[in-house]
Write a protein that binds this ligand. Structure first.
Ligand code: SF4
Ligand code: SF4
Length: 169
């Protein structure tokens, strides 16, 4: 008989990003879709700003990529996250599970690995559901500056704690 230690710490608390298996790595993504918003970079300062415009492959309701396995064939500049990339780029949202683990922090209650439910990220208002103005294919490039937003780099008020404001759609 095999005994399972149900009190064992979960993998994201015991492993570094580099130590995770491919399955653990993929499961860590919370599915918020924030990183799939179009970002603009200032030519002089190289500062990155988010917009509320979605990548052409972003499903605005599920907040997932429409063709994740082949995404770079359609979107060559889609950033493939690795442990090194997570540590190097400065624009991952503060809620991003990869960033949290890289910073030695725990996941929030709405992460599906804790809640057991992939809808809690939407209910907590952390995903981009209902917040995407449109696809990069539908919004003229000349209008992109008008779509700069700060919310992807913020945690929604109250989302850090269970019982905080919830959004249901
Ligand atoms: S921001 Fe991080 S957790 Fe959210 S979808 Fe992107 S990679 Fe996944
Ligand atoms: S190609 Fe897919 S994973 Fe990459 S930014 Fe676009 S929607 Fe996100």
């Amino acid at each position: 008989m095999t005994l399972i230690d149900t009190d064992a710490a979960p993998f994201w608390k015991t492993k570094t990003l580099d130590e995770m298996s491919p399955e653990e790595w993929e499961s860590l993504c919370d599915g918020c879709g924030r990183c799939c918003l179009v970002k603009l970079q200032d030519e002089d300062s190289e500062a990155i700003a988010y917009t509320d415009i979605g990548c052409k492959l972003l499903n605005e309701f599920t907040c997932a990529c429409r063709d994740y396995p082949n995404r770079q064939a359609h979107v060559p500049d889609c950033v493939r996250l690795t442990p090194d990339v997570v540590r190097e780029i400065g624009w991952l949202p503060p809620s991003c599970a990869y960033r949290l683990v890289a910073e030695g922090r725990d996941l929030y209650w709405w992460h599906h690995l804790l809640s057991g439910d992939r809808d809690t990220i939407h209910q907590a208002g952390v995903s981009v559901r209902g917040r995407v103005a449109g696809s990069e294919e539908d919004i003229p490039f000349a209008d992109f500056l008008d779509h700069m937003v700060r919310w992807p780099l913020r945690l929604p008020k109250g989302a850090a704690h269970p019982g905080g404001p919830r959004r249901r759609r």
